[in-house]
Design a protein around this ligand. Structure first.
Ligand code: HEC
Length: 489
């Protein structure tokens, strides 16, 4: 696999994309005829979003033409309204789509012309009066409206191919392991290795799991480039049994999906919980870190801060043991520490000189571990002369380090990488403890049980191994894409 970084892995299209394209292709515009009533929001807006919003969005639109609202589309940019109502042949919008010179949209350097069938949809809509659907106003935010109307597909009964395990967690009692799937979360029994539950999710994939003090599961994820969210699930319920597996509906059943904490325009990538369980943090592709007070239950989560401290995607976050500081790491090649009390940046650590994929505080509240694409686990200081300075290199992997998880109670750090390995470290001394072998692909997710006895890694090829932390003995090996088998025992 040529992709060597977490950013690359995230940006790479999952195999499922193939399926979507096949579906779209076979659906095409089958019964389309110009006599048919064209809906702006159902037929036209998706074409504009897919092909034009990237340059004609709300922020710095090209040609000053913002197409993300009907009003601004009709207002025009540097030129007048690009639509002549009822007259596609006189509409500048259609002219640029059909143009063969440099006025063509999308511009030649950005790809192929818009397919003829799609131009016909736009022409028919203009001919029918360029109307807005009932219930929408000219000011409706089309990105948001399309997101609201989007329906998540059911998870496949059997996966046609394995999906990457981008999120992994042990249940608080360490008896179950929870894995991220395709539009679902799956729950497996650690001892028997049996699939017990499938919880449908709106998100195409989960990027981070965090069990909350009351046993509910917070999940960050989304659809890359489309939307992101943090949702909280009650996964204790039983649900409908199908072939011995409990099916829970985390999309439409409010008893399962109990709270949405965050809604975003791109994926949310990480979560963190303070040691006292009173604060939840999240970060992702919008570069921000969000901190909620959940001391009176996640249902009453109150957003306390949204922190803009990074120049690129936030890959990881972690609270200091005393709950006063928040560390984060980013594709912007830094790890940073933010003071929640004074609302200012305390330290920026630049030494990785590569995307930083994981952070975790040491018990002293004064130093932080960070790890990233440069293969190193580094310890840096926060205070005085040591602020943002390296204390030492604590260890390394034979490839980019993709995840770093900490269990403060067990004094354990766990890392995973593109060298297909999971490794554990003494969080106090930084000493190398164990190397956990057996996975045969990049390890995208790691988990440590709350009692510190079990460690797990989830790989790009859909496989998970659970080991004993003490001696790296394999407890269980699983293929967590339902219907898929292990490639090796
Ligand atoms: C890769 C970026 C890009 C994409 C994608 C793109 N455009 Fe443009 N568009 C531009 C730029 C740049 C200009 C300004 C050109 C100029 O001023 O000479 C522009 C200008 C326009 C204008 C004229 C606006 C005005 O009032 O000056 C229209 C109409 C337009 N685009 C329509 C579209 C449509 C429809 C799509 C989607 C099918 C689209 N564009 C996709 C970059 C893009």
């Amino acid at each position: 696999m040529g992709i060597r970084s977490l950013g690359g892995l995230l940006a790479a299209k999952a195999p499922w994309v193939k399926v979507f394209w096949v579906c779209l292709f076979t659906m095409g515009f089958p019964g389309f005829s110009t006599a048919q009533e064209i809906s702006f929001i159902k037929d036209v807006a998706p074409i504009l979003k897919e092909n034009c919003f990237a340059c004609h969005g709300a922020k710095n639109p090209k040609g000053k033409l913002d197409m993300t609202r009907y009003e601004s589309l009709r207002h025009g940019g540097t030129k007048d309204d690009p639509i002549a109502t009822g007259k596609p042949d006189e509409s500048y919008l259609i002219d640029v789509l059909k143009a063969t010179d440099k006025t063509r949209m999308p511009p030649k350097e950005s790809g192929d012309p818009l397919p003829k069938e799609k131009i016909k949809v736009l022409e028919a809509w203009i001919k029918q009066g360029a109307k807005l659907d009932k219930g929408l106003t000219a000011k409706t935010d089309l990105m948001k409206e399309l997101r609201l109307r989007w329906k998540s597909p059911p998870a496949p009964e059997k996966y046609a191919f394995p999906v990457a395990v981008t999120a992994l967690a042990f249940s608080p009692d360490a008896k179950k392991i929870v894995a991220g799937g395709h539009h679902e979360i799956t729950v497996w029994d650690v001892e028997s290795g049996k699939l017990e539950k499938r919880i449908r999710t709106r998100a195409r994939r989960s990027m981070a799991f965090q069990f909350l003090p009351d046993g509910k599961l917070a999940v960050a994820g989304g659809r890359p480039g489309e939307e992101g969210d943090v949702r909280v699930y009650q996964i204790q319920g039983t649900g409908k049994m199908v072939n011995g597996v409990a099916m829970l509906d985390g999309v439409d059943d409010p008893k399962v999906m109990v709270k949405q904490v965050l809604e975003n325009e791109d994926e949310v990538l990480c979560l963190a919980l303070s040691a006292d369980g009173k604060k939840l943090a999240a970060g992702g592709c919008d570069r921000l870190l969000y901190v909620w007070d959940i001391s009176s239950g996640v249902e009453n989560a109150k957003l306390e801060q949204s922190i803009e401290n990074h120049a690129d995607w936030v890959f990881s976050a972690g609270f200091s043991p005393d709950g006063k500081l928040l560390a984060s790491s980013s594709r912007d090649k830094t790890a940073k520490v933010w003071s929640l009390a004074t609302k200012e940046s305390l330290a920026t650590f630049p030494d990785h000189q590569n995307p930083v994929n994981g952070v975790a505080f040491k018990a002293d509240n004064k130093t932080c571990y960070s790890a990233g694409d440069d293969r190193q686990i580094r310890l840096f200081g926060l205070e005085g002369d040591r602020a943002g300075k390296q204390v030492r290199v604590a260890g390394n992997h034979g490839g980019a380090i993709l995840k770093l998880a900490a269990n403060a109670k067990a004094n354990l750090l766990v890392t995973s990488g593109t060298d297909n390995l999971v490794k554990s470290w003494n969080a106090e001394s930084g000493a190398a403890l164990k190397s956990f072998p057996g996975l045969t692909d990049h390890v995208l997710s790691v988990a440590v049980s709350q009692d510190g006895n079990l460690v797990a890694g989830g790989a790009w090829n859909g496989e998970v191994i659970i080991w004993k932390a003490a001696d790296a003995a394999v407890v269980k090996k699983l293929a967590v894409s339902p219907g898929q088998q292990l490639t090796s025992k």
